[in-house]
Design a protein around this ligand. Structure first.
Ligand SMILES: Cc1ncc(COP(=O)(O)O)c(C=O)c1O
Length: 388
């Protein structure tokens, strides 16, 4: 079978401005070749260790373990917490199905709460009312790499004896009051999907911020057997210890990811420049009341993962999308509220109003943002929006 030429795989036609293009640092193939040469290709090789150490050091996380996706990290979190049928987990409705499904898989019910109109994150003032005696965890999702109000969420969780699992899928290197996201709650989940700032195709990591969760996480991710402990000489055989699966990626994925993590600071800085440029270019449109730009409170350092606009009521999103498309610019909307799906209501329930969630979901549009986007590209996007 002949493979398509690499250039055929790029969705680039004419002067189309792509929504996203995965950024490569240039070292990926070199490190993959090194992993092949080294000959240790399962999930406990040297590149995996380098990635773990980087995440622990850079994010001040207790313990980091690579997973095959953020979904796998969230599923591991649900297993660590022994989430069981009849339990409830509080999640924002403005999130992808993955956030809820990790807990639905364990038989728990997601309880959907509304989001804040400024950051589009879980409305922390709606969380208390969502609690019942069955609530086991709160799952704040840091939308667009902007932090949820973690102090209040942690306070509410502690007062009820519930766990906090941060869905930091899109929040690598973003901070809340100087603390890296993913490392504040009991457990954090990251994604390295090809659409993220730092990528490995598919990929993720679980951050274990409580030492007592580490042994269970290590067993769960390695098929329920005591292999990690066996290799450290702490167990005398590969005993079947608990339920488990194979959540860890192989060394080739870790080698690719290491090439990305080494440059993560520069990538984040580059994306912040692009984000700031959009913010500047689109200010007059916000002042004119045509759109609303994203908001990141001063105590939240965002990671420039997404630049979105909210179309004004008088200017329907459909019209904005049509204009951008006709000008050769790809722009996408985002989450469809989870409570609006039949499955959402079959598995879970709503707590309180969903007004902001529904309003935002209908008006939000994400603009192209990737390393390599030029100033001219950004000016074209701004001009297209200004022409409406
Ligand atoms: C908030 C959030 N959590 C989790 C995920 C799933 O990430 P992954 O594809 O790495 O499983 C996504 C994907 O879109 C996401 O937006």
């Amino acid at each position: 079978m002949s493979l398509p030429a690499l250039t055929d795989l790029r969705p680039r036609g004419g002067r189309l401005i792509d929504f996203n293009r995965p950024h490569m640092t240039g070292k990926e193939l070199h490190y993959i070749a090194a992993a092949r040469f080294h000959g240790k290709l399962d999930g406990e090789g040297p590149f995996t260790r380098l990635c773990h150490e980087w995440l622990e050091r850079s994010l001040s996380a207790g313990k980091a373990l690579l997973t095959r996706s953020c979904a796998a990290a969230l599923e591991t979190a649900a297993l660590i917490l022994d989430i069981s049928p009849g339990d409830e987990v509080i999640v924002p409705s403005f999130s992808p199905v993955t956030t809820a499904n990790a807990f639905v898989l364990r038989g728990a019910a997601p309880v959907f709460v509304d989001i804040r109109p400024d950051t589009l994150n879980m409305d922390e003032t709606a969380v208390e009312a969502a609690f019942t005696p069955r609530t086991r965890a709160i799952v704040p999702v840091h939308y667009a790499g902007v932090a949820c109000e973690m102090d209040e969420i942690m306070r509410i969780a502690a007062s009820h004896g519930a766990a906090v699992v941060e869905d930091a899928s899109r929040a690598l290197m973003a901070e809340y009051k100087g603390r890296p996201l993913g490392a504040i709650g009991d457990i954090g989940a990251l994604s390295f999907h090809e659409t993220r700032n730092v990528i490995s195709g598919e990929g993720g990591a679980i951050l274990l911020n409580r030492a007592e969760h580490v042994p269970r996480a290590e067993t769960l991710r390695r098929k329920g057997a005591g292999r990690s402990r066996f290799f450290r000489g702490e167990a005398d055989r590969r005993a079947w210890r608990s339920e488990g699966s194979s959540f860890l990626p192989g060394e080739l994925t870790a080698a690719f990811l290491w090439a990305q993590l080494e440059d993560a600071e520069a990538v984040c800085a580059g994306r912040r420049r692009l984000w700031d440029r959009y913010h500047e270019l689109l200010e007059p449109l916000e002042t004119a009341g045509k759109i609303r730009r994203p908001k990141s409170p001063p105590h939240c350092l965002h990671n420039a993962h997404i630049y979105y606009i909210l179309a004004d009521g008088a200017l329907p999103r459909r019209k904005v999308m049509e204009r951008l498309t006709s000008d050769g610019i790809q722009a996408f909307f985002h989450h469809v509220p989870l409570h609006s799906f039949p499955a959402g209501m079959r598995f879970g329930r709503v707590s309180g109003s969903m007004e902001v969630t529904c309003d935002v979901a209908a008006r939000l549009l994400r603009l192209p943002l990737w390393i390599g986007l030029t100033e001219e590209d950004q000016e074209r996007v701004a001009a297209s929006l200004a022409s409406l």
